[in-house]
Design a protein. Structure first.
Length: 130
């Protein structure tokens, strides 16, 4: 493979160029993250993905070591993305997490309403048993 450096470039020049490129890419990603966090739809997507797909807010423990390793890998990716979002815009990241928790509470309440018999249902069952 041919050397892509100009004939007068030093290793230091190359390293400095790589550092500039890396910093520029990081700034671009941070700008994109801030832009996404400003959108309620993007926050809903990111929060739901982090919660549901990466398992960020739940334990990765599993009796099977291979399953646990896989789940921990997914969770680690979620932790990395959340940390990046936090650095980009802490307030909007906190808002995203609050929105995820509010949706989970609403989902849990709906599920509880279906699973928990009401007092009138219980009395009707008692009458039918007796």
């Amino acid at each position: 493979m041919a050397d892509r450096r100009p004939p007068n470039a030093t290793n230091r020049d190359v390293q400095q160029a790589l550092d500039r490129i890396r910093r520029r890419q990081e700034r671009r990603l941070a700008d994109l993250a801030r832009g996404a966090l400003k959108s309620p739809e993007a926050r809903a997507f990111l929060g739901t993905w982090l919660d549901g797909r990466t398992g960020l807010f739940r334990t990765s423990f599993n009796p099977s070591g291979s399953v646990m390793c896989f789940q921990e890998g997914q969770r680690n990716a979620g932790i990395e993305l959340l940390a990046f979002l936090e650095r980009a815009d802490p307030a909007l990241t906190d808002q995203m997490i609050a929105e995820v928790r509010a949706r989970k509470r609403a989902d849990d309440a709906e599920l509880d309403a279906v699973q928990t018999p009401s007092a009138t249902d219980t009395r009707e069952e008692d009458r039918n048993d007796g």
